[in-house]
Write a protein that binds this ligand. Structure first.
Ligand code: ZN
Length: 428
């Protein structure tokens, strides 16, 4: 009760439009495809004319492409708008930010790290932030969970002492707890709290790691209503560990700081696109996302950098929001062969998928390339000769003679404060 009060009070102060946003999103949860498209069309028209008036960068882009945004009459019309990259969001940051005559009542500073190390910073208008929070809350409501319920949270944890104190105060207010290390004592403390929690969320690799430790102690819990994985690829074997430890698979939430929430998994196991807040397109296998609420820093046909697949199939849960049938991982740097052959980093995904499907070998891996023609793959468990040979065999199927693959087993592949990346290239 007290926690609900604190939550509502916090929202009232920080996100005045949250309550309206949540109500709004709940009201269209079971709307028809036509109605959802109509909502999108109304929103995109209003959004684009605002952007055209108030963002120097987009005004110029639209002009160059000879597009009159006031003439948009259907959703497919947006296909003629220019595509925007992360590099552009960084390089033309000032000109992308809008400068409306009537200033935003409130904005929030946001910072995300780029894969190349360069950070993207921007200001989010309050409504954008509220709709994003409300979208997460709507997804959680599908599991009968309210955001203010007691929860375990995983997000990087290389903290200084002062940071730790600050975080603990915030966590107390938000009715949540977290682990500050993987030590045995800390784990016991965490499990004790977890027994009283109603949901668990954060980086899926950390949830997985914790589930493994819980299983190693031969403990199993069945009180959690929801385990929500964010921001990272969720592997099939993660689910096996969490099911064993907590009786639940990891529900996936997909999005990014700049795009907002893009999709949320329903109880039927399908990822529904958050149609009320974004327009998702698939072009050459890659996702393009338009954030319909990003008035302060417009995100339009943004190349987020993931390979995806969309589906028009109807979900048994009754929601008509389009289904994102898979997120195949980052459009990363390429893997380079001895004679300059180029393989997309996604090849690794297919190799390990083949191993899992055809040979029932499930492995956690992380690959790195330091020189052309060499590929280093770290595995977090022991690899016997037979498995080793199979990895080599399947790799050769994809890479041929172009790469010398070296396997290192029993490696720690999760750095504690960063997202898990499948592949990193150190070739200039
Ligand atoms: Zn569904």
């Amino acid at each position: 009760m007290l926690n609900k009060l604190i939550f509502n009070l916090g929202i009232l102060i920080r996100n005045p439009t949250y309550t309206k946003a949540f109500k709004d999103l709940k009201s269209t949860e079971f709307s028809s495809v036509e109605d959802l498209n109509q909502i999108q069309l109304i929103k995109i028209k209003k959004f684009l004319s605002f952007v055209n008036e108030n963002s120097k960068f987009y005004k110029k882009k639209f002009k160059e492409a000879a597009i009159d945004v006031t003439q948009i009459t259907s959703l497919s019309d947006i296909q003629c708008l220019p595509i925007v990259s992360k590099k552009e969001l960084i390089d033309f940051n000032d000109d992308i930010h809008t400068t409306p005559k009537v200033k935003f009542k409130k904005t929030f500073f946001s910072e995300t790290s780029g894969s190349s190390g360069e950070a993207l910073t921007f200001y989010k208008n309050e409504e954008w932030d509220s709709y994003n929070r409300a979208s997460i809350a709507r997804g959680m409501s599908w599991y009968n969970v309210n955001p203010w319920e007691y929860n375990g949270y995983f997000w990087g944890y290389s903290f200084s002492l002062i940071q730790k104190v600050k975080i603990q105060i915030f966590d107390m207010l938000l009715n949540r707890f977290r682990m500050f290390s993987y030590s045995d004592k800390e784990l016991d403390r965490f499990i004790k709290k977890l027994r009283k929690a109603s949901y668990l969320h954060g980086y899926s690799s950390m949830i997985y790691e914790t589930a493994r430790l819980v299983n190693a102690k031969a403990i199993s819990l069945n009180n959690l209503k929801l385990i929500k994985g964010t921001s990272e690829k969720i592997y099939d074997h993660y689910h096996e560990e969490t099911k064993k430890a907590f009786g639940k698979k990891i529900v996936s939430e997909y999005g990014s700081a700049e795009s907002g929430i893009i999709a949320f998994e329903c109880p039927n196991g399908e990822m529904h696109i958050n149609e009320e807040t974004c327009i998702v397109e698939e072009v050459d296998g890659e996702i393009l996302v338009t954030n319909l609420l990003s008035y302060s820093f417009p995100i339009i046909r943004y190349k987020l950098g993931d390979f995806i697949q969309l589906s028009r199939k109807k979900c048994g849960c009754g929601r008509n929001h389009r289904i994102l049938s898979s997120v195949l991982g980052r459009v990363g740097k390429n893997i380079i062969g001895k004679d300059g052959e180029v393989f997309p980093s996604l090849t690794l995904y297919y190799i390990f998928k083949t191993l899992a499907l055809e040979y029932d070998i499930k492995l956690n891996y992380k690959a790195a390339q330091y020189n052309s023609g060499d590929l280093n793959i770290k595995i977090d468990s022991q690899v016997n000769d037979e498995t080793h040979n199979l990895i080599m065999k399947v790799s050769a199927k994809y890479f041929g003679q172009a790469l010398t693959v070296v396997i290192q087993d029993n490696e720690v592949i999760h750095s504690k404060d960063k997202k898990l990346k499948d592949f990193e290239s150190f070739i200039e």
